[in-house]
Design a protein around this ligand. Structure first.
Ligand SMILES: C[S@@+](CC[C@H](N)C(=O)[O-])C[C@H]1O[C@@H](n2cnc3c(N)ncnc32)[C@H](O)[C@@H]1O
Length: 253
């Protein structure tokens, strides 16, 4: 059986179901490249008698993927993923391939960055539009990201902007970098974001989390703890959301 198991963002997010499947595992494969984790994921070892290994991207793609699927035919292999295992597209092919090859698949859900952001900032969950990921403009300028933000704003919807994470290259985009990239693109296009409210979200749910709302260009004035970071571009807030922005996200008067 191949178990896709969400581990949330710290050990305190493990569900009873997650602990049950960690206990049943012959082997736990820890995904260390899709997101950062507050605790040391090696601590998952205390919930299992199975072997614990770390996976890089290549271990879960191509030949690595086929090997893992064959192993799961006879053993219980748990793929431990930060957040929820299928909020992000990274493991979709592995799931589909395993099912096609007749290997039993189980999904154990957990807290995702998307649910954390929608639940913790005082904005209403049904007022979020399409989520985007902002990548470093190394090879191309991410115009489609900003166009989605504009579309969401036109529909009076907020946008969650996840920030580029290239852990295998030691790179994780910060809120300051994201603001700079977005404002440059916005200058070339509709020039809408200078007056947009935004929230810098750093290490949400971690012990040293920092959440700060202000006009987008002003977010660079604030110090945030190290990544993982996200941004929220706020559409016209409802009165209750405006109160949330002030009381929860420290929006200055
Ligand atoms: C691919 S997503 C993670 C998806 C994960 N499977 C989930 O369900 O949360 C990774 C991005 O989420 C954001 N992120 C993750 N944890 C975060 C946190 N605690 N605070 C702020 N942003 C976070 C960052 O933008 C990071 O680049």
């Amino acid at each position: 059986m191949l178990v896709f198991l969400g581990i949330g963002y710290s050990l305190k997010h493990l569900t009873l179901e997650a602990i049950e499947y960690l206990g049943k595992a012959d082997k736990i494969v820890i995904d260390r490249y899709t997101s950062l984790y507050e605790d040391d994921p090696a601590e998952l070892a205390k919930y299992t008698k199975g072997e614990v290994v770390y996976a890089s991207r290549k271990d879960l793609e191509g030949e690595g993927m086929s090997k893992l699927i064959e192993e799961a035919r006879f053993k219980t292999i748990v793929l431990a993923v930060p957040g929820d295992p299928f909020i992000a597209t990274t493991h979709d092919s592995l799931r589909v391939e395993a099912i096609k090859k007749g290997v039993e698949v189980k999904v154990v859900n957990s807290i995702s960055v998307l649910t954390l952001i929608q639940s913790r900032l005082g904005l209403q969950a049904y007022r979020f539009g399409k989520t985007v990921t902002l990548v470093y403009p190394d090879y191309f300028k991410p115009y489609s990201t900003i166009e989605t933000i504009y579309e969401n704003l036109n529909r009076r919807l907020h946008t969650i902007v996840l920030l580029d994470l290239r852990l295998e290259h030691g790179r994780a985009m910060t809120i300051h970098e994201a603001v700079e990239i977005l404002l440059k693109l916005d200058d070339e296009l509709e020039n809408k974001l200078d007056n947009s409210l935004a929230i810098g979200v750093a290490r949400l749910s971690w012990r040293d989390e920092r959440v700060q709302a202000d006009l987008l260009p002003r977010l660079v004035k604030y110090d945030f703890p190290p990544p993982p970071h996200s941004l929220v571009i706020v559409s016209t807030p409802l009165p209750v959301e405006m109160e949330g922005l002030k009381l929860i996200c420290k929006l200055p008067e």
